[in-house]
Design a protein around this ligand. Structure first.
Ligand code: TYM
Length: 332
């Protein structure tokens, strides 16, 4: 029996952070043993922010290194560069013909970008969800490992797939679902006491997988806290809850329970909590950082992996695109 198809990607905007790891990468690594996986580096998507040519290249290379350092195996999963698969762009064009301005403008991530970068609200940003749908549908993937922030994009992918199927009275595309092994999609908070860990929220808000231990310690010690609990068992304010969420990701359950208990008894000292969190974060990232440095040295190997991934991804994409073209009415 053939395995279910999985597809996901990460934008190369610099180094991967702990949010990328727990929201996406950790699942990629597990899924490669159970499914037929396509994991790519979303370098077309990163063009929305107009990187320089050097940055585009170096960031994509860095993501490949970090994928491998986290345990992605090119013998198990197809690992490729999005821009090595121009079939995606043809499907993007077809999907754009049935993607409507109103629904694209209502996407939360688009509205955020309009607020963050009012001078660069380009058409690529508006049609970001159709490109993402094309990435997924080009392989007919059914499972998409992503963090909570991508839930709406997955919903739109289903809308576009369904619309295409209905329009051409054909079941070309399955309807993909966002996936996480723990059922609930994950959102890792940042260190600034609000929202999620993410590059656009600032570098100090993120812990990167290749941050040096001293940098991690500094960032965590500066994380926002309050004056401490005033009553037993009170609900934690968001910045404190955030630190506990990070702790749940990298510390043992006993450690979390210990500090939770101190908090509930108004005996917590945030300095101790942060010191422990920093220690556990460093223990978690150190092996990754070391592997990142090792892998970066083998240029030939990186090139071979990209070539192999491109060929495998191309085969799958061409199969879908041939069918899509035929269904639309393009006949040889
Ligand atoms: P990107 O590059 O913003 O993020 C990559 C992945 O990391 C997850 N993530 C998080 N998860 C939990 N907590 C956080 N703080 C956090 N920050 C980031 C994201 O949910 C994502 O899974 N649009 C995608 C890239 C993409 C894609 C695709 C994904 C392009 N085409 C097709 C899946 C399928 C993105 O911007 O991810």
């Amino acid at each position: 029996m053939s395995k279910e198809i999985v597809c996901s990607g990460i934008r190369p905007t610099g180094n991967l952070h702990v949010g990328n790891y727990f929201g996406a990468l950790r699942n990629f690594v597990r899924m490669q043993d159970d499914f037929d996986c396509f994991f790519f580096i979303a370098d077309y998507h990163s063009l929305t922010t107009h990187p320089t040519p050097d940055n585009l290249y170096n960031n994509a290379r860095q993501i490949l290194i970090q994928y491998l350092a986290c345990g992605l195996d090119p013998e198990k999963a197809t690992i490729y560069l999005q821009s090595d698969l121009p079939e995606t762009i043809e499907l993007y064009l077809f999907l754009n013909m049935n993607a409507y301005l109103g629904e694209l403008e209502r996407v939360a991530a688009f509205k955020d970008k309009v607020r963050q970068q009012p001078n660069n609200v380009n058409a690529g940003l508006l049609t970001y969800p159709t490109l993402m749908a094309a990435d997924i549908l080009i392989h007919k993937a059914t499972k998409v490992p992503v963090g909570k922030d991508q839930e709406q994009h997955l919903e739109m992918t289903r809308t576009f797939a369904n619309r295409f199927n209905n329009m051409y009275k054909n079941e070309v595309f399955p309807l993909p679902q966002a996936f996480n092994y723990n059922d609930n999609l994950i959102k890792i908070p940042g260190l600034d006491g609000s929202g999620k860990m993410g590059k656009s929220e600032g570098e100090a808000n993120c812990i990167f997988l290749n941050d040096e231990p001293s940098v991690i310690k500094k960032k965590i010690m500066r994380a926002k806290t309050d004056n401490g609990p005033e009553a037993m068992n009170q609900t934690k304010p968001v910045e404190i809850e955030n630190l506990f969420t990070l702790m749940k990701a990298v510390s043992t359950p006993d450690t979390v329970a210990y500090f939770d208990d101190l908090y509930n008894h108004c005996q917590i000292r945030y300095g101790d909590l942060k010191k422990q969190l920093a220690e556990d974060m460093v223990a978690f990232t150190t092996p990754l950082r070391e592997r990142i440095n090792e892998i970066a040295a083998d240029e030939d190997k990186l090139r071979r992996i990209m070539d192999m991934g491109r060929d495998k991804a191309h085969e799958s994409a061409l199969r879908t695109l041939t069918e899509v073209r035929h269904v639309i009415g393009y006949r040889n």
